[in-house]
Design a protein around this ligand. Structure first.
Ligand SMILES: [Zn+2]
Length: 313
């Protein structure tokens, strides 16, 4: 009976924290790693376990990144990523283990609570914590600059990426989140969303240069981001690949072709062709072809918002 004792966890003071990318959770577990739910981190129960050394944790990141402005973009608002910038971001420019270290630091310094609405994790109702990047767009220099990282709950994050919420069929919920957290009227929230989409269209015409300077002097491996024009190609290619992968299986019944309320709220109605949203819209009974932006429904598909919670085993 005494044999069991040697396998017991000798206590937190002997733990070696591990940086395990989500894809490697299974391998780490098989190698003896254990999960600490309160710290949201894997650890080696004894120091120097050879099979776990490849994930040996580096020192935690400082709780303020050099040059980060934690007062920038406070609260909850719709914050759409220009389509020319999709898929090139902090997450695409750092190693997966560094992204995990960053996320952990962001959750820790926020006290494991959403920085917009104050809730903590409640997995039973699908509420997780996610890391969100706040950007400043300088129209004169065409620089998209990372200002801060912020910890948001699933629902605030989804409202922030309002296009993604619509694709998931969560428009009403996202709108309610804006109303509830900000004390806005539904009318004001709708106007705010419309304004955000106008801004999104304007910004999506620009090829932005990514500036991640606040990550330059911290202990993360930072890859050189692609140039502005290159980013647009990355966005287009990734979207194309994801659209072909995420096509719904045929047994899922889609609504019949027809006019439906425009999910982007920019026009009264939009033509659904039975498989996807089109450019054809209508206002006051008058149909016309909308400005050639990505048809709504492809917006932000696969954006980084989706994967964050996946790091919880
Ligand atoms: Zn929240």
């Amino acid at each position: 009976m005494f044999n069991g004792v040697v396998r017991q966890d000798p206590g937190p003071q002997f733990r070696q924290w591990l940086d395990v990318p989500f894809d490697e959770n299974g391998a780490a577990k098989a190698g003896g790693a254990r999960w600490d739910a309160s710290q949201r981190a894997w650890y080696a129960p004894r120091p120097n376990m050879l099979e776990l050394q490849r994930w040996a944790g580096r020192p935690p990141l400082p709780e303020l990144l050099p040059g980060e402005d934690r007062s920038f973009g406070s609260g909850l608002f719709v914050d759409l990523i220009p389509s020319s910038c999709w898929f090139t971001n902090v997450r695409s420019c750092v190693a997966p283990s560094d992204w995990d270290r960053l996320r952990r630091m962001i959750y820790r310094r926020a006290g494991q609570k959403c920085e917009a609405c104050g809730v903590g994790r409640e997995p039973a109702v699908g509420t997780h914590l996610e890391a969100h990047e706040r950007w400043h767009y300088d129209a004169a220099t065409r620089i998209q600059r990372l200002m801060r990282l912020v910890c948001l709950c699933t629902w605030c994050h989804e409202a922030t990426h309002f296009g993604l919420a619509e694709v998931r069929g969560h428009r009403e919920r996202a709108l309610m989140q804006l109303v509830a957290v900000n004390g806005w009227t539904a009318d004001y929230a709708e106007r705010h969303v419309r304004h955000a989409f106008v801004e999104w269209q304007r910004r999506s015409r620009v090829d932005w240069t990514l500036n991640l300077n606040i990550l330059q002097d911290v202990d993360v491996q930072l890859q050189r981001p692609p140039e502005g024009e290159e980013r647009r190609s990355v966005a287009d290619d990734t979207l194309c690949r994801q659209s072909s992968h995420t096509r719904l299986p045929p047994q899922v019944a889609l609504p019949a072709a027809g006019w439906y309320p425009d999910p982007s709220a920019r026009f009264t109605h939009r033509w659904w062709d039975g498989a996807q949203w089109t450019y054809v819209v209508a206002v006051g009974g008058q149909a016309f072809v909308a400005e050639a932006v990505a048809p709504y429904g492809q917006h932000e598909r696969g954006h980084e918002a989706r994967g964050d919670r996946a790091a919880d085993p």
